[in-house]
Design a binder for this molecule. Structure first.
Ligand code: HEM
Ligand SMILES: *[C@@H]1O[C@H](CO)[C@@H](O)[C@H](O)[C@H]1NC(C)=O
Ligand SMILES: *[C@@H]1O[C@H](CO)[C@@H](O)[C@H](O)[C@H]1NC(C)=O
Ligand SMILES: *[C@@H]1O[C@H](CO)[C@@H](O)[C@H](O)[C@H]1NC(C)=O
Length: 317
């Protein structure tokens, strides 16, 4: 077997691992629901014009969906009976705007009932959110199925903002994502908001020798302390991810270089030569970031999961 065949085989194995059973395609709804993407885009656009926090929420919701049981809409299910669903699990504080996906689903059902999965609608909405914020557009692969299981306890499988690079790398590689995907996707933190609870460990009793994480720029640490003066208080307090938190630019990488980023997991990207090189590359070129982000989003959103096309995104059929 030549080198080419080995390379091809490897990439095929990775592809089939990341897309498990059903394969996605670009023209999946071409005949059955040709207008689906414009219907979803309109709902997301209208919601964003009323509430500027919607795009960040939808992008993060899609990430959480894909990291737990694949992109199967499990994040959209409501708790029922004795079962506490993902959206009621611990790291859900910034998960909001579920109503946008539910509204998009209703609008789609009115035109092509029973055809389009909630997981696909969320994948479209995440892409539209990035486009509306001035980021890149990509062609979303389609044909995801919705899952029937959602457990609050499984949100523990999400990466934590206290992770170092090896922990992040492991979390991503379990989903077929590379270190390059990790660095590119982290740029999503150019959008949105973080609560104090997500970074307070860095500014209060960091460890036995340092009250404040020494990798934080001291002036920035001081401003974080003024917003979050006491640990575990003021549950709604927090700060924008970056000063241009509704614009999908490469500011987040610049902040990492300035040591003014909120999470240890993002700051940690400077601790290995490869991730550091990529942070510099994306900080220098918004275009390089956008190209890499779109490519990695297609990989993230192709992690497969479910079995059915849900009628209502909040409940299994
Ligand atoms: C690399 C591992 C990641 C970690 C540890 C992480 C962690 C976090 C944390 C702690 C927050 C703040 C939650 C809060 O306090 O309200 C957050 C917000 C956010 N994350 Fe991540 N995240 C990661 C990767 C990603 C990825 C891959 C995406 C999307 C592609 C993403 C998109 C977002 C967005 C858009 C927000 C803002 C949400 C909002 O304003 O509603 N994150 N993330
Ligand atoms: C997040 O989880 C908490 C605790 O389980 C729950 O009370 C709250 O309603 C959840 N928030 C959202 C937005 O689902
Ligand atoms: C990352 O954290 C894990 C768990 O705490 C630890 O075992 C590992 O040595 C750390 N890796 C680096 C590179 O710091
Ligand atoms: C506290 O954290 C700093 C920075 O990561 C490190 O240099 C120091 O050794 C840590 N101290 C302890 C006791 O772990």
């Amino acid at each position: 077997m030549g080198l080419m065949q080995v390379a091809l085989l490897c990439s095929l194995t990775i592809l089939s691992l990341s897309s498990l059973s059903n394969s996605l395609s670009s023209n999946y709804y071409h005949k059955s629901c040709p207008k689906v993407e414009s219907i979803v885009a309109k709902v997301v656009r209208d919601a964003t014009s009323r509430d500027k926090t919607v795009p960040a929420a939808l992008l993060r919701m899609h990430f959480h969906d894909c990291f737990i049981r694949g992109c199967d809409g499990s994040v959209l299910l409501e708790s029922r009976g004795g079962n506490k669903a993902e959206r009621d699990g611990p790291p859900n504080r910034s998960l909001h705007a579920f109503y946008v996906i539910e509204g998009a689903k209703k609008a789609v059902e009115a035109v092509c009932p029973g055809i389009v999965s909630c997981a696909d609608i969320l994948a479209f909405a995440a892409r539209d959110s990035v486009v509306l914020s001035g980021g890149p557009r990509w062609d979303v692969p389609k044909g995801r199925k919705d899952g029937r299981t959602s457990r609050a306890t499984e949100t523990a499988l999400l990466p934590s903002p206290t992770f170092n690079v090896s922990q992040l790398q492991k979390s991503f590689s379990l989903r077929g994502l590379s270190v390059d995907d990790l660095v590119a996707l982290t740029g999503a933190h150019t959008l949105g908001f973080s609560h104090c609870s997500s970074f307070q460990n860095r500014i209060h009793n960091f460890n036995s020798t340092h009250d404040v994480d020494p990798t934080l720029r001291p002036s920035f640490a001081a401003s974080l302390k003024s917003i979050c003066p006491v640990k575990n208080k003021a549950k709604n307090a927090g700060i924008s991810m970056d000063p241009s938190s509704t614009t999908f630019d490469n500011t987040h990488y610049k902040l990492i270089l300035q040591r003014k980023t909120l999470f240890s997991s993002d700051q940690a990207l400077l601790t290995t030569p490869h991730t550091k090189t990529l942070v510099y590359k994306f900080a220098t070129s918004k275009k390089a970031f956008h190209t890499a982000f779109a490519k990695s989003m297609i990989k993230l959103s192709s992690i497969n999961g479910g079995q059915e096309v849900r009628k209502d995104c909040r409940f299994v059929n």
